[in-house]
Structures are given as structure tokens and as C-alpha cells.
Ligand binder design. Structure first.
Ligand code: NI
Length: 244
């Protein structure tokens, strides 16, 4: 039987958020113990968001979901609309296991210089497919290649999510290189970009999450990361990390 992962995931990340806000209170009130000795602050828990583009692809996405479930890690999936029909159970599984689901256009084109109806075909129609499967929701947008124009900002009807760390896992599909690049560059608040359509990327994410869990990192969906960082989230605004 599938386990409902929502409570433990939220508990872990809410604890992280609580520690962060407690640390802020200590900083601003300058509490000291017995005169000169300042109270040592708890280390804030670093938090990142894993994001996955270009799926769903049943074989690799399922393997990734299994790995994330085992580690109780929530992630965010930006789906390509044309791959949604036929993969409804996989998409329901994403939501049921606490992952955030978003839109990555319908046919993975650059969504710039589009007419309003072409934009709606790419973005609004994909969002409608998700609403039909998962119910009402904003289903945040990540434009293919991170390329956007003024019209995308005006018409997105959701926050627009880019990233702060891109190991270009699609380029050489070299698991070890991707692992080393991410672990040498990752920092608190990062939004990491991967593609759940390659086995090499799934392998890399397994190693990366195990290493980061060991280092004390907490994982959240993009929405949880922005909320934990106290970042106000607005439609038509671009977000690359918890610093935005
Ligand atoms: Ni893409």
C-alpha cells in the first residue's frame, strides 16, 4: 500500500521554518545569558527545492517518485501538456505524495512572440488538463528554456518559476559530473533544475539527496521554499530562489 507522505514532509519543513524564525527572533532581541555570554543560536536548517522538467515519462518518473517517497522528500514537477494524457495515474501519484505540479507548456516550444490564443494553447490548456486531473489550483508556470517575454509575465496567471542552480543534466547525462556540480555549488534557498526523463538524472538526484540529507538539508516544494523564506508570491512575478 502507498503511504500518505504529506504529514511527515510538512512536519519536517515546518520545523525548519520554525527554527529559522526562532533564530531571527534571537538575532533581533539580542538575548544574552549571565551578562557577557551570548546564547548560542541554533543553526537554521538550510532548505532547497528540487524541480523536474519535461516529464512525465512513466519509466524514469516512476523510479524518481519511488526514490523521493523512500526519503520522504517533496519536489516540484513542471509537466509538458502533450505527455499528460495517458499518464493521469502518475500525475495523481505526484499530488498524493505531496509534490507540487506545474505547467511547462503543451509542446515544449519557446513561449515568446505568441498570440494570445497560441499562448493559451500552450499554457492555459495544459493547466486545464491538470485541473481536470487534480482539481482547482494555480499550477505555476516554468517556461521552456526559461525564456519569456512581457506577454508571458502578463498572461501567466501564476508565479513564474525559474531556478538558481542548473547542472545541465541533459547535456552529457553524466551522473557523477552532475552530482559533483550540484554538491559543490548548492546553498540554502536554491531552486535546483533537473529533468526526470533521464535515468542518469534520477541516479544523480538519489546521490544528491542522500548527501544533502546527511548535511542536514530540508527539502520543500517551490511553494514551501518561498513560504519558508517569507517571500511574497505573486502572479506574473519571476522567482529563481527563496531570495527570488
Ligand atoms: Ni524543458
Amino acid at each position: 500500500m502507498k503511504k500518505n507522505l504529506r504529514p511527515p514532509i510538512l512536519a519536517g519543513c515546518m520545523l525548519a521554518a520554525l527554527l529559522l524564525s526562532t533564530a531571527d527572533i534571537y538575532r533581533t532581541t539580542s538575548i544574552s545569558a549571565g551578562g557577557d555570554a551570548a546564547i548560542k543560536l541554533p543553526n537554521p536548517v538550510p532548505m532547497v527545492a528540487l524541480t523536474f522538467d519535461d516529464g512525465p515519462k512513466p519509466e524514469t518518473t516512476t523510479r524518481l517518485l519511488d526514490a523521493l517517497a523512500l526519503r520522504e522528500i517533496p519536489a516540484t514537477f513542471f509537466l509538458v501538456g502533450e505527455f499528460i494524457p495517458g499518464n493521469e495515474p502518475l500525475i495523481r501519484r505526484m499530488a498524493a505524495e505531496g509534490h507540487q505540479v506545474g505547467v511547462h507548456s503543451y509542446s515544449h516550444i519557446e513561449i515568446i512572440n505568441l498570440s494570445r490564443s497560441d499562448f493559451d494553447f500552450e499554457v492555459t490548456q495544459t493547466r486545464k488538463l491538470l485541473r481536470d486531473i487534480l482539481g482547482e489550483g494555480e499550477y505555476w508556470l516554468r517556461p521552456p528554456y526559461g525564456i519569456l517575454d512581457e506577454s508571458v509575465l502578463n498572461w501567466a496567471d501564476s508565479p513564474i518559476i525559474l531556478w538558481s542552480l542548473d547542472p545541465e543534466d541533459w547535456k552529457d547525462r553524466d551522473t557523477q559530473r552532475v552530482v559533483e556540480e550540484v554538491l559543490s555549488r548548492v546553498k540554502d534557498g536554491d531552486i535546483l533544475l533537473f529533468h526526470d526523463i533521464y535515468d542518469s538524472s534520477v541516479d544523480a538526484v538519489i546521490q544528491i539527496t542522500d548527501a544533502l540529507l546527511e548535511q542536514g538539508y530540508c527539502f520543500g516544494t517551490v511553494e514551501q521554499l518561498l513560504n519558508a523564506g517569507g517571500t511574497p508570491v505573486e502572479k506574473g512575478k519571476i522567482y529563481r530562489s527563496s531570495e527570488s
